[in-house]
Ligand binder design. Structure first.
Ligand code: PMP
Length: 294
């Protein structure tokens, strides 16, 4: 992720990433009380472009508010800092990880009265690779939205993601698919889920999922292409008869799903709506779609 020259942004300064440290009594470290974002920048014909910077930094604010973590940067400031950080690290295509954490020594279970900001950047290929995935339904559910603000991107929620993903891989699958507390299909450990049936797309509604920015982008691209998208609760049984499925996420982008446990999709991913949308997504983030329309 970094070498001795890599810079990170920490609390107002660009510092050597390998010298950025957190204290032993930091509240966030002990309780998972922190929020983060995952953003990508792409090399485009008009230079490096951070994709949906505003949406990501607005979600970071929302996540802070959800857990009572103070935060004072504006979206514009953060976007500006991020461009500077990319330039200082000579990165065009990059993954960007802002993290707001409570770094003060504080072992209480009270809202923090101040917070720290780290922005780290690195070169990262498609998180789940390019091959269609074999998923398994996880024995772990997504966290109950009445227990934690599940629509916020809170660090502690990712313990659920780590154990679910590792459990699936331990049984030989590529990734997990998690249900919500009511047994409806929710999302992956780090991506939203879509399936296609009879030429239409379906995905879980908001409520017990992270409202993915890639999910929104894909819904927009699909509707622009005249493809119907329905947000609804569905059980794993309703996946019978589906012709395809895919995961969406900033890190994963759009990646096909070949099978979910015993259910194998009949159509190869490359021939599905998901593959068409993956191509349009690529074109959009790399600036090719804008160029085409111009
Ligand atoms: N769900 C979860 C649990 C995630 O961690 C992510 C990645 N941020 C997503 C969905 C996809 O969100 P986005 O498209 O905004 O990256």
């Amino acid at each position: 992720y970094f070498n001795s020259d890599t810079l990170a942004f920490v609390d107002g300064e660009f510092v050597k990433a390998n010298e950025a440290v957190v204290g032993a009594y930091a509240q966030s470290l002990h309780y998972g009380y922190a929020v983060f974002e995952g953003i990508r920048a792409y090399a485009t014909p008009s230079g490096t472009q951070i994709f949906k910077a505003q949406e990501h930094y607005e979600r970071l604010h929302y996540s802070c508010q959800s857990i009572g973590l103070p935060f004072h940067y504006s979206v514009d400031e953060l976007t500006d800092i991020t461009y500077q950080l990319l330039e200082k690290n000579n990165l065009a295509d990059a993954y960007i990880r802002p993290l707001v954490y409570a770094g003060d020594p504080n072992m209480t279970l009270k809202h923090a009265s101040s917070s720290n900001l780290l922005i780290a950047v690195w070169d990262w290929g498609k998180y789940l690779g390019d091959q269609s995935l074999r998923l398994t339904i996880s024995p772990y559910q997504r966290p109950n939205p009445k227990a934690v603000p599940i629509e916020a991107k809170v660090s502690g929620h990712y313990v659920n993601s780590i154990i679910a993903s590792s459990e699936a891989k331990g049984r030989g699958y590529d990734e997990a698919l998690l249900l919500d507390m009511n047994g409806y299909v929710a999302e992956g450990p780090g991506a939203n889920f879509f399936f296609e049936k009879d030429g239409e797309l379906f995905t879980a509604p908001q409520g017990s999922i992270l409202r993915g920015i890639t999910r929104n982008t894909i819904i927009d691209l699909a509707r622009e292409a005249g493809i119907r998208v329905t947000e609804k609760f569905f059980t794993p049984d309703e996946l019978q008869g589906a012709t395809g499925a895919f995961y969406t996420g900033t890190a994963a982008e759009v990646v096909g799903i070949a099978a979910i446990d015993e259910l194998e999709f009949s159509t190869p991913f490359s021939e599905t709506l998901g593959a068409q949308l993956a191509e349009r997504y690529r074109a959009l983030v790399t600036g090719a779609l804008v160029e085409q329309n111009a």
